[in-house]
Each structure stands twice: as C-alpha cells, then as structure tokens.
Design a protein around this ligand. Sequence first.
Ligand code: 13P
Length: 249
Amino acid sequence: MRKKIVAGNWKMNNNKSETADLIQALKSLSFSTDVRVMIAPAFTHLAQAEELTQAGRIEVLAQNMNANDSGAFTGEISAKMLHSIGIDKVILGHSERRAYYNETDVGLKQKVKTALTYDMEVVFCFGEELDQRKAGSHFEVVQSQLETVLFDLNSTEWSKIILAYEPVWAIGTGETASPDQAQDIHAFIRGLIASKYDEDLAKDVSILYGGSVKPANASAIFSQPDVDGGLIGGASLNAEDFIAIIQSI
Ligand code: 13P
C-alpha cells in the first residue's frame, strides 16, 4: 500500500546552523505511521541532517547526484558518497536541474539506474512548462518523460520510485495547479503505469504534487484521490508553514 509523503526541498537555502534549527523545530512533530516526512538539505549539511534525525522518523534525501561512481567530475557528488554517510534517497530530475544544468531525460535515466544500483529511493521530478500546458500538450510531455526515464524498470525497481509531478509554471511562482488539474494528471500518470505494468503496481506508487504548495492550499490538493502528498519548496523553509502542510495530509 502506498504511503503519503510530504518532502521539503530546501534547494540552495540555509547555512549549517539554519539547517540544524529547522530540523530541531520539526523533530518534535508527530505524524501518522502511514505518512513519511522527508527533507532535502544542501549537500554540505546532509551528514549533519542525518545525525540530527537519527532517532526520529524524519528522512533525509539528497537534491541530486552524479550518474558515475567516481572519477574526474569536479564538483560532483556520487551515489557511493551519499551512501557512505547514510543517505539512501535522492531527488532526480528537478526542473531547476533541467533548466539551469541541462539535465535531460536520457541523462536522468542513467542517474536513476545508478541510484537503484545503490539501492537508493528516487524521487523523480517531471512536469510540463507553461507553453506546453497552454498548448494542451502536458499529457504527452509527461508521458514522454516517464517513458524515457522509467518505463524500462522492472517492478522490483519500481518499489524504489516516488514520482513528483511538478508543473514548471507552478514552481516558485505562487501559481498552483488547481486540485482538479492535479488530480487529472495524477490519475493519467497512474493510468499510464497501470497500462505499462499492472494495476497493483500503479496503486503502490506514491505520486506527489509540487509547485507553490502552501498551508492554505495543501489540504485541497492532498485530498485528491491520486495525489499522495507534496514536494514543497519555499514553504518548507519555514517551520510553521511546513508543519502546517504536513498536518494537512
Ligand atoms: P515551491 O514550493 O517553492 O513552488 O517549489 C516547488 C519545488 O520546486 C519543490 O521541488
């Protein structure tokens, strides 16, 4: 049975002490056993975050990783390095990585393979841009992203995949997909997985929504039957807002 997940993507925010303070503020929170709460601090603070969360149920994930095991890739971080500090989850394919660092679905496919080799869970981000939504091609765009990156995985590998639909036009813009828009595309995504694999596998995949989720809109979005939680950017940097969002699930 799939779990509900609220994950905070802290992006390039928070220094060491701000990261620790935010974690301390979240640590006392209790939440239902069918909910998972995750945070993705910057690489430099992952080891600290892992230590600070050890006794509790908050899970720590990385925001990115390189597809290669090791080698001459200045400035990069490997799955092996993450693994060595106890990080067993990673966000891949975020639209900011695609837009600013030229990440492509073909390259992401390799990253997903590497992550799975290290038995890591992957939060795979995908979603259409504004002009694609306006042209009505968002279903095709999303289908192509999923097919290219994930549809040659076997069903055991799928147990390590969490999907995060993040329409680019809703990220950091204050504009959110309406609950109906989110439900429509999440149901479409689940249907795609069911037709490529089977209904049981499709039912087990958590599909998160990301893009300007705030305390004010979280429960309407999360109450949609195919929305299994959210990947939260800006609002996850504020303890009070992030806690309110977690409590909306
Ligand atoms: P915002 O919640 O700031 O729109 O960011 C969403 C996001 O990019 C999460 O990965």
